[in-house]
Design a protein around this ligand. Structure first.
Ligand code: AHR
Length: 512
C-alpha cells in the first residue's frame, strides 16, 4: 500500500533532528525517516527508493520486488513494520536454492515513481536486473540487502510524477559505497532524460559516484561524489575540483547529497554514512563556461546505476536515496545524514578468509603432483594457473585471489569474483574459463556458478562442478582452466590425471 505522505502530520524539523540523532545500530523502528525530515523542511520527497528500509516513519508498503530463476515468479519484499527495515527473511525463503534478481525498486512516495531495469539507450543495450542477494549488509541491526550494480545493470523510470523539469529546483541524496566503484560511465542516482538519449548540456541533474574524472583537476584517487549535469561530471562551476582537500571518499557507506535550483546554483556534499557530518565539496554557481547548464533543462526521468544516455559501464552499491521538490536546506540535509548514521549501516559480519563461505576471500591451489605451487589466477582475461609464492608481485597475488559470492544462478553454490577487478567473475565459455564482467544474463550467471563437492582425488580437496554442465568440473590442463569431464572428445577432457586436476585446496588468499 502506498502511503499518502503529504497528508501525514509533520513534526517540527527541530523535533525530527533530535529524534534522528539516535545511537548508531539501534535505530527506532518507526522514528522519522529522511522523507519526514525533508517534508518538515518544506521540501517533500517526490521519489524515495531503498531496499533496506522505509524512508517515511509511516511507510508500510513494499520496498522492492524479486524474481526467482527456478520458476520466474515474483515476490514483493516489504518492511517488518511501518517505518521499519526490509523483511529480508521473506526474500531468503522465496529465493532458497535458486537465484533472485531485483525487478522493481518501489517508490515509497504516493507518486509511484518505481524503478525497473533500464531500457536500451544512446549508449548500451537493455540493462539487467541486479542479483538480489549480492550485497548482504546490516541496518538497524537487521540483515538486509543493498543493490550491487555491475556493468550493464541499472534502473530507470521515464514516466515520473513530481520530479523537477526544466529549471525547477530539486534536491536528492543517496547512500552508496566507497569500496565498490570504477571509472566507467556512470554510477548515478537522480534526474535524467526521458528518452534514454544524451539530449545535451543541462538535461541531467544526478549524483555521480566513482573515479571517472571528467574535468581536471580531480584531487587524490577518488572515488568522488560529483554532479552529473549531462556531458560532464562536475566538481564545481568550472568543471574540475576547486577543493584541494577533496581527495575522494572510501568509506564503506557514503552519504551523497546534491541540490540544484535550476537557474544559477548547485551544491553537493558527502560524508561517512556511519559517523560524523557532511562536508560541502562545492556550493555556488551553475556552470556557464559551456552553454546549457544555466538555466537547466531537466527532463524528470529517474536513473539508478547508469548515465542519462544509459551508459552502463559503471559499477557501484546503492542502499537508499530520495529526490525532493525544491532545494533542501543545509539543516534538512544534515538531519537526513544524521538519520542515516543512526541506522548504523554495517556488515556483513567479517567472514574468515580461505573458506568457501560467501564474503570470504580465497586462493585455489592445484593438487596435481606437477603443480602444487600453482594457483588459479586471471591473466589477460584468461583463467590460468601460475606459481604464486610469498615473493610474487602484488599483481600476481591479487590476480590469484577471489572473493566467494553466493552462486549467481543458485545461491547454494558459489561464484568467484575477481579480487582486483570488482564486478568481474570466473566463468566458462566454450568450456574454457575466463574473467569476464558480470553482464546479468541468465547464461552468464549459470556459466559463473560452481557447486563445491568433495575433491575427486581425496580428502582435503574440493572439486567445483559447473552448474549448467554438472558432469564438468573446474580443471587445469596445460596450465589453462576449463570445465572438463572425465574423458571426452576435447583434449582437456582427458581421463589422465583428471581426478587430481579437478581437485583444489581452498587456501588463504594471497591478497586478503
Ligand atoms: O554527463 C556524463 C554522461 O555523459 C551522462 O551520464 C551521459 O548521458 C553522457 O554520456
Amino acid at each position: 500500500m502506498k502511503m499518502p505522505t503529504r497528508r501525514l502530520a509533520v513534526p517540527s524539523l527541530l523535533a525530527i533532528v533530535a529524534a534522528a540523532v539516535a545511537v548508531p545500530g539501534v535505530a527506532p523502528a518507526a522514528g522519522p525517516g529522511p522523507c519526514d525530515i525533508y517534508a518538515s523542511a518544506g521540501t517533500p520527497c517526490v521519489a524515495a527508493h531503498s531496499t533496506t528500509r522505509a524512508l517515511f516513519a509511516a511507510y508500510n508498503g513494499n520496498l522492492y520486488q524479486v524474481r526467482r530463476a527456478s520458476d520466474n515468479t515474483t515476490r514483493n519484499i516489504g518492511v517488518l513494520a511501518a517505518g521499519d527495515y526490509a523483511n529480508a527473511a521473506s526474500q531468503d525463503s522465496f529465493c532458497a536454492n535458486t537465484a533472485c534478481v531485483i525487478t522493481i525498486i518501489y517508490d515509497q512516495t504516493s507518486r509511484h515513481n518505481d524503478l525497473t531495469p533500464a531500457p536500451p539507450g544512446g549508449v548500451g543495450g537493455q540493462d539487467a536486473p541486479v542479483p538480489a542477494d549480492a550485497l548482504p549488509v546490516t541496518a538497524g541491526g537487521h540483515n538486509v540487502y543493498g543493490v550491487l550494480v555491475s556493468q550493464r545493470m541499472g534502473y530507470r523510470d521515464n514516466s515520473t510524477s513530481g520530479i523537477a523539469t526544466g529549471s525547477q529546483p530539486e534536491g536528492m541524496y543517496a547512500v552508496m559505497s566507497g569500496t565498490h566503484f570504477n571509472s566507467g560511465c556512470c554510477f548515478d542516482y537522480g534526474n535524467a532524460e526521458t528518452n534514454n538519449l544524451d539530449n545535451g548540456n543541462g538535461h541531467m541533474d544526478a549524483i555521480y559516484f566513482g573515479t571517472l574524472c571528467w574535468f581536471s583537476p580531480c584531487n587524490g584517487a577518488g572515488p568522488w561524489v560529483m554532479a552529473d549535469l549531462e556531458n560532464g561530471l562536475f566538481q564545481s562551476n568550472t568543471g574540475g575540483s576547486q577543493n584541494a582537500g577533496y581527495t575522494g571518499n572510501r568509506n564503506p557507506y557514503v552519504t551523497a547529497t546534491l541540490k540544484n535550483n535550476g537557474t544559477n546554483f548547485f551544491a553537493f556534499k558527502d560524508g561517512n554514512a556511519q559517523s560524523g557530518g557532511l562536508a560541502t565539496r562545492f556550493s555556488g554557481a551553475l556552470p556557464t563556461f559551456r552553454p546549457g547548464y544555466s538555466p537547466m533543462q531537466k527532463e524528470g526521468a529517474i536513473i539508478l546505476g547508469i548515465g542519462g544516455d544509459n551508459s552502463n559501464s559503471a559499477i557501484g552499491n546503492f542502499f537508499e536515496g530520495a529526490m525532493t521538490q525544491g532545494v533542501p536546506s543545509d539543516a534538512a540535509e544534515n538531519a537526513v545524514h544524521a538519520n542515516i548514521v543512526s541506522v548504523g549501516y554495517g556488515g556483513p559480519s567479517p567472514v574468515a578468509g580461505g573458506t568457501l563461505n560467501p564474503g570470504s576471500t580465497l586462493s585455489l591451489r592445484a593438487t596435481t603432483a606437477c603443480c602444487t605451487t600453482r594457483y588459479i589466477r586471471h591473466q589477460n582475461n584468461n583463467a590460468v594457473t601460475s606459481v604464486i609464492s610469498s615473493g610474487s608481485s602484488a599483481l600476481d597475488k591479487a590476480d590469484g585471489s577471489w572473493i566467494v559470492r553466493r552462486g549467481l544462478a543458485n545461491n547454494s553454490c558459489v561464484s568467484f569474483e575477481s579480487r582486483n577487478f570488482p564486478g568481474e567473475f570466473l566463468r566458462h565459455q566454450n568450456f574454457q574459463l575466463f574473467r569476464h564482467p558480470m553482464d546479468g544474463t541468465t547464461l552468464f550467471r549459470q556459466d559463473a556458478t560452481f557447486c563445491p563437492q568433495a575433491g575427486r582425488s581425496g580428502t582435503g580437496t574440493t572439486s567445483f562442478a559447473s552448474l549448467n554442465f554438472p558432469t564438468r568440473f573446474i580443471r587445469h590442463f596445460n596450465n589453462t582452466l576449463y570445465i572438463a569431464s572425465n574423458g571426452g572428445s576435447n583434449a582437456f577432457d582427458s581421463a589422465t590425471s583428471w581426478a587430481a586436476d579437478v581437485s583444489w585446496v581452498v587456501s588463504s588468499p594471497w591478497t586478503p
